[in-house]
Write a protein that binds this ligand. Structure first.
Ligand code: SAM
Length: 90
């Protein structure tokens, strides 16, 4: 079973920037159709790529809560979303 530790986080953080994952993330984003002011739960947010996209869409008046059981993933998500008023990572 894949363990989402620091090594896996570094590996996936990079992989998720690739074209195939970017397309899938865009498809999820489009399906959600996030609007300014909305509140969204990103369950299993991982390193926070989608969390960051969602936070831009809901804006400072909205909220995106990223939840993940992996400390390394949460750390990467916090780094990626640093300074975004709409984001909470837990
Ligand atoms: C493959 S990553 C996907 C990350 C992100 N959702 C994305 O699409 O870029 C899966 C994430 O789910 C998290 N995860 C695993 N089991 C979980 C559970 N039971 N509840 C919430 N998150 C979980 C892992 O720690 C990992 O960060």
């Amino acid at each position: 079973m894949l363990v989402f530790d620091a090594d896996a986080t570094r590996f996936l953080d990079d992989i998720y920037l690739g074209a195939d994952f970017a397309r899938r993330r865009r498809a999820n984003f489009d399906a959600l159709d996030p609007r300014p002011g909305e509140r969204i739960l990103d369950l299993g947010c991982g390193p926070g790529h989608l969390t960051q996209d969602l936070a831009r869409a809901v804006g400072p008046g909205g909220r995106v809560v990223g939840l993940d059981p992996s400390a390394a993933m949460r750390e990467a998500a916090e780094e990626r979303c640093r300074g975004m008023a709409a984001v909470e990572i837990h």
